[in-house]
Write a protein that binds this ligand. Structure first.
Ligand SMILES: *Cc1c(COP(=O)(O)O)cnc(C)c1O
Ligand code: SF4
Length: 335
């Protein structure tokens, strides 16, 4: 198809896909031939944390299966509205760890910048679903104090762009941020924590690769896939392009009841990731955020799963099972 020239520059394809993402539970249920009886609960839960899922991600789900492991990550459920003791708004103490607007500095040598609160997909189990982004986000011209903090601490060798999803930023804004980071002499590594190569692989386009080619910082991407079926052909292509651009690719998952809480699924996930040039990094135990108890896998069960996994895979394909605890000097592996 020949694009019609209109004078106004067309939005990149990833932004068009983002604009087409499904945000209405009724549309999601219809697309997947699911029981409309699920709608009232979905609407009620979505009022607290809205539904959002790109159509390309929905295309990887099985029609007619309310327990599909990809659907289960994004469909709002009544269970989210039930109060549960121990499940709170900020389980990992992020609010207290802010050292400048939008900067979390908990661990030695690396600091995390909340580049935006926006995500392409809303994961129901997200530990930041209750996070007050509006107060904490380092917005367009509000990066000054954050950059000043990073520049002022020479022990920081790695900046981690997180969010939300930092790749929600336009190339223009991301480019401006990377140019500023480039100028901080003690920074060596640029880490990007993003689910977009998985949820919206269109994001890995020429514009993004051009930005990565320009920075002097060593790029590391930590992507986020929980189930092997998330990795389809467009995702493999996106990851391959990043790998060829010299990006070190790692994956983090969350151990989720009804999604990936068995060794066979996790083994297949590691195999699929490796085939797409990605090494498994962390497998997080669920952060106990409000609205998520139905996803929890208990620690003893998680350890048993890991034991099976270790007998099935080479060591480098076994992720570290971790739980984040406020006040700890690192994410602590559970052995
Ligand atoms: C998870 C996290 C990091 C990264 O930890 P690594 O062990 O380096 O992956 C850094 N800063 C904050 C605030 C984090 O939550
Ligand atoms: S993409 Fe990441 S930050 Fe965004 S909702 Fe999902 S888990 Fe949370």
């Amino acid at each position: 198809m020949i694009p019609i020239k209109t004078g106004a520059r067309q939005a990149p394809r990833w932004q068009q896909e983002l604009a087409r993402a499904i945000v209405d539970p009724a549309v999601l249920l219809r697309e997947l031939d699911l029981d409309p009886g699920l709608l009232p609960a979905a609407r009620a839960a979505a009022a607290r944390f809205p539904l959002r899922v790109p159509r390309g991600f929905v295309a990887r789900m099985r029609k007619g299966d309310p327990n599909d492991p990809l659907l289960r990550q994004v469909l709002p459920l009544a269970a989210e509205l039930e109060p549960a003791p121990g499940f709170v708004a900020d389980p990992v103490g992020d609010h207290a760890a802010q050292v400048a607007p939008g900067v979390l500095h908990k661990y030695h040598g690396r600091a995390l910048l909340i580049a935006t609160g926006a995500c392409a997909v809303h994961c129901r189990y997200c530990f930041r679903r209750e996070f007050p982004y509006a107060e904490s986000r380092a917005g367009a011209d509000e990066w000054r104090p954050a950059l000043a903090y990073l520049a002022g601490d020479a022990s920081i060798r790695e900046v981690i762009l997180s969010g939300g999803d930092p790749l929600s930023l336009s190339d223009r804004r991301l480019g401006a941020l990377l140019a500023e980071l480039d100028r901080i002499p003690h920074l060596e590594r640029l880490r990007i924590h993003s689910r977009q190569p998985i949820a919206l692989p269109e994001r890995v386009d020429d514009g993004l690769l051009a930005l990565l080619a320009k920075t002097r910082l060593r790029p590391v991407f930590v992507v986020h896939a929980n189930h092997p079926r998330e990795i389809d052909e467009p995702v493999r292509t996106a990851l391959e392009r990043l790998a060829r651009a010299g990006v070190t690719l790692l994956n983090q998952s969350v151990l989720l009841r009804g999604v990936n809480d068995d060794a066979a699924t996790l083994a297949e996930l590691s195999e699929s990731l490796f085939a797409a040039r990605v090494l498994p990094y962390y497998l997080h135990l669920l952060d106990r955020v409000r609205g998520t108890p139905h996803y929890e896998v208990k620690e003893t069960e998680a350890s048993a799963i890991m034991e099976v996994l270790r007998r099935q895979l080479p060591g480098y394909l076994v992720p570290w099972l971790v739980r984040e605890q406020p006040g700890q000097p690192a994410k602590m592996p559970l052995l």
